[in-house]
Structure formats: structure tokens, C-alpha cells
Design a protein around this ligand. Structure first.
Ligand SMILES: NC(=O)c1ccc[n+]([C@@H]2O[C@H](COP(=O)([O-])OP(=O)(O)OC[C@H]3O[C@@H](n4cnc5c(N)ncnc54)[C@H](O)[C@@H]3O)[C@@H](O)[C@H]2O)c1
Length: 430
């Protein structure tokens, strides 16, 4: 099948590479010329396990191509996937102008038998409003559920493919597109566009709620002498609950959960609806980040102008994505209190550095051990597996003061005690 994917970010590029791997002929379009040149040369602009290898393979087979303009390709394609960004506005509403512009710019030239699929996360009702704008076309909602860091793997092994449309023609086309990865259609869920759009937001609200609930439990654990890791096992072994997304930490970040929570609050507000649970998730997440930052500040401020090391800048491991990462707010809090900060992340440093070009109080280390030299404490904000493998004796002797604030519960408190490292983690006895 001939497919166009518009947008070559985490979602668009993964989809384009994935569709080519499934045997489709894919043209992927992005307005960012530098990005398109990299992609044509087989270089992935984002860090995602296995993506670059499959990108190269797609280019080699000729099933995958990149361009900055769809004009010459429109006549041929049967399905157009729109996967451009939908960032949040300052008031929490969603900026869907790019989706609308792309729909308008391709829509006039498309024929009725061609289908436009919205993969971007958009407010509920967007597909219907696009249909009103361009009534000759079918607009299908097909929200994406991939996890960054596992993007291609998730795309190729979806737990479900949600297709929001009432058009039989569109359902059949999408079934054909996804056929190689459908589990006898059991994971192919068809519903109306609004329910499909809402499913994406509802899923993210559930995930964010689990994290925030566990973060709150971790605070109780600290006060009451319980261990949140053991509580996680106890709770997660209930098959109605499960263990996923139950790790307490410094709060969630990323380009999706915070933005989608804000969007739900905004959708409630414009419809005169209070959404107290969703508002509570946002509040709880905010206070979790600050609680961690304050704990560190309170412990070190008597030193005057301490230097802290930070390991991990991306919002989670295995990705270079720093959008809405907790590291920003926590580091800003340290800088605000006059601390110097020395940071290290295996892949996310270039993007992070761009945000702190003029700050003399923040420096960038070449490796994890180099980051902790001369530091009064180490803070762990992302659970990269590299950190778990570090030689703890070496770590102890490299630090001016062997003191760790572990925001991701990477190490075992008993081991730390044995080695003689002052150790504070989340929701566990020190
Ligand atoms: N990142 C995730 O894990 C994830 C998961 C599920 C859903 N989503 C949703 O998918 C959408 C895309 O997210 P992302 O993380 O891939 O974004 P991104 O910022 O990584 O990529 C968006 C891409 O779209 C391109 N673009 C913008 N306007 C364009 C236009 N007019 N024509 C062509 N290209 C254009 C940009 O240059 C950029 O490369 C968002 O709505 C997001 O909420 C993201």
C-alpha cells in the first residue's frame, strides 16, 4: 500500500519506518529541511533503540523516502497519516494549528477515496471539525500509544490499534495497513472518532494517576516506616492492578502526560465541567518534583554554595527526549538557591545544554564519575541502566562527600549502608 506520513518526530518517524518494515511504500514529509536531509542520509535525528538501523534498511529497499513537500506524491498515496506536533498552549489548551494547516494543505488536492488519519494527539472533536472543513474526505482518528525508548518495538507489537471512524471504506483500508501486526483483528478496535480521541487522553490520565498515587504513597511510606518497593510488589501482584507504572520517583514528565493532563483540564473547563481528579494529578506531580528538590536543598544549604551532581536529564531512560523532564524544575530550584550543578546524561546532554547556554552555575561532565568529583551530593533523576552498573566503591571514593539523593530508587539502601554512602531514596527507609 502507498502511504504518506506527515511529521517525522518520535511518532511520525517511527510510524514511517514501521510501515516500511511491514512492506508498505512510504513517503515521510517534514517541514524541517535539516531533519529531512539527515533522514535521507540514513541518520536518525532522535535516539530510539533500533530505529536508525530500520531507517537505513527502509531506505535501502526503496520502500522509505523523505521529502519536505508532499505535492509530487499526493496523487499516488491511499492513506495520509498526520503525525505533526500538538504542543500545549500556556493556558493548557492544545495548539492544533499544524494539524489543521496540514489537513487544509493536503485536503484540497486529495480525492474522496483517499483517507486522512490523525495520529497526533488532538482534542476530542478534532476529526469531526476537520470533516466539516473538508467534507469530501474521511478523517480517521488513530491515536498512538507507543512508549518512547521502545517506540519501534511498541509500534510493531501494538496491544491495540484504535481506529475512530464510521466509514466502512476507512475501516477496511486501515485494516489492510495494519494487517501484518493485527492479532486476528482482536487488537483492532473500531469506534467513533470522538471515543478514539478520548481513549488516548483517558489512557494517559490513568497512567499519570497511577504514578501520582504511588508518589503520594511513597510519602506516607517515608513517614510510617514502610518500603514503597515492597508495597509495589504487594499491590502489583493483584491482577486487577498489575505492576506497570507503579514506580515512585521524582514525578512524571515527557511530551505527553503533562500536556495531555493540561488538555483534559482545558476540555473540562470549556465545557463547564470540573475535573477534580485530573487536577489533583497535576498538583500531586508538581509537588513531588518540588518535594525532592526541597529535600536536597534543606540538607545542603548550610554549606553555603554547595555543588551537586545530577545524573539523568531525559524524562525517562532510553530516550534523549527532555520535553517537560523533571530535571528542569529540580535543577532550576538548585540554581535558584545558589547551588552549582554538574550534570551528566548518556544521550540527552546536547538538547539540555541549549536551554542553559548563559548559565555559569551549570556544567556538563563527560561521564558519570567525572560528574561527581568535588560534589557535595549526587542526585539521580533518570534510571539509566548504566548508572545501575557503576562500581559503588569507585563512586564512593570519587565523591567529596559520599551522599546520594536517589530520585528513582536505582540502588539498594542496605548496600549503600554497607559501603558507607549516605543515601536517601523515595519512599524507603534510609
Ligand atoms: N512522543 C510520544 O511518545 C507520543 C506518543 C503518542 C502520541 N504522541 C503525539 O503525537 C504527536 C507528535 O508527537 P512527536 O513527539 O512525534 O512530536 P515531535 O515534535 O517529535 O515531531 C513533530 C514533527 O512534525 C514536524 N512538523 C510540524 N509541522 C509540520 C508541517 N506543517 N508539515 C510537516 N511536518 C511538520 C516537525 O518538524 C517535527 O519533526 C503529538 O500530537 C503527540 O502528542 C506522541
Amino acid at each position: 500500500m502507498k502511504i504518506a506520513v506527515i511529521g517525522s518526530g518520535y511518532v511520525g518517524l517511527t510510524a514511517a519506518v514501521g510501515f516500511a518494515k511491514l512492506g508498505h511504500q512510504v513517503i515521510c514529509i517534514d517541514i524541517d529541511t535539516k531533519r529531512v536531509e539527515m533522514l535521507k542520509a540514513g541518520v536518525s535525528p532522535i535516539f530510539e533503540t533500533g530505529l536508525e538501523a530500520e531507517l537505513k534498511a527502509g531506505l535501502k529497499t526503496g520502500r522509505l523516502a523523505f521529502a519536505t513537500d508532499l505535492a509530487g506524491f499526493l496523487g499516488d498515496v491511499q492513506v495520509v497519516f498526520i503525525a505533526v506536533g500538538t504542543p500545549g498552549n500556556a493556558d493548557g489548551s492544545v495548539h492544533i494549528n499544524s494539524v489543521q494547516e496540514v489537513a487544509k494543505s493536503v485536503g484540497d488536492s486529495l480525492r474522496t477515496e483517499q483517507v486522512v488519519v490523525i495520529k497526533s494527539t488532538v482534542p476530542v472533536g478534532t476529526c469531526d471539525s476537520l470533516k466539516q472543513m473538508l467534507p469530501h474526505l474521511e478523517f480517521v482518528s488513530n491515536p498512538e500509544f507507543l512508549r518512547e525508548g521502545m517506540a519501534l518495538q511498541d509500534f510493531l507489537n501494538p496491544q491495540r490499534v484504535i481506529v475512530g471512524t464510521t466509514s466502512e471504506k476507512a475501516i477496511n483500508l486501515l485494516k489492510e495497513v495494519y494487517a501484518p501486526i493485527l492479532n486476528e483483528s482482536k487488537n483492532f478496535l473500531v469506534m467513533d472518532p470522538c471515543s478514539a480521541e478520548m481513549s488516548k487522553y483517558a489512557a494517559n490520565a490513568m497512567l499519570a494517576a497511577r504514578i501520582s498515587l504511588m508518589n503520594e504513597m511513597s510519602q506516607l511510606c517515608e513517614k510510617l516506616g514502610a518500603d514503597i518497593q515492597l508495597v509495589r510488589q504487594g499491590v502489583g501482584s493483584d491482577s486487577r492492578i498489575g505492576t506497570e507504572f507503579l514506580n515512585a520517583g521524582v514525578g512524571f514528565g515527557g511530551s505527553c502526560l503533562p500536556k495531555d493532563i493540561n488538555a483534559m483540564i482545558d476540555m473540562g473547563s470549556v465545557n463547564d465541567l470540573e475535573v477534580p481528579m485530573i487536577k489533583a494529578i497535576r498538583l500531586a506531580n508538581q509537588s513531588q518534583k518540588l518535594r525532592f528538590a526541597n529535600k536536597v536543598v534543606k540538607s545542603l544549604e548550610h554549606l553555603g554554595t554547595p555543588q551537586v551532581a545530577v545524573w539523568g536529564l531525559s524524562f525517562k531512560p532510553e530516550t534523549d527526549d527532555i520535553r517537560e523532564a523533571p530535571s528542569f524544575e529540580i535543577i532550576d530550584h538548585f540554581l535558584h538557591h545558589g547551588f552549582s550543578v554538574r550534570v551528566y546524561d548518556p544521550v540527552a546532554m546536547p538538547g539540555f545544554r541549549e536551554n542553559y547556554k548563559n548559565s555559569e552555575k551549570i556544567s556538563f561532565a563527560t561521564d558519570a564519575l567525572a560528574a561527581i568529583e568535588q560534589c557535595d551530593a549526587l542526585c539521580i533523576l533518570t534510571e539509566w541502566s548504566d548508572f545501575m552498573k557503576i562500581d559503588l566503591q569507585k563512586l564512593k571514593f570519587a565523591m567529596k562527600v559520599p551522599r546520594i539523593f536517589d530520585g528513582r530508587n536505582v540502588f539498594d539502601p542496605r548496600t549503600m549502608k554497607k559501603i558507607g554512602i549516605e543515601y536517601y531514596s523515595i519512599g524507603r527507609p534510609s
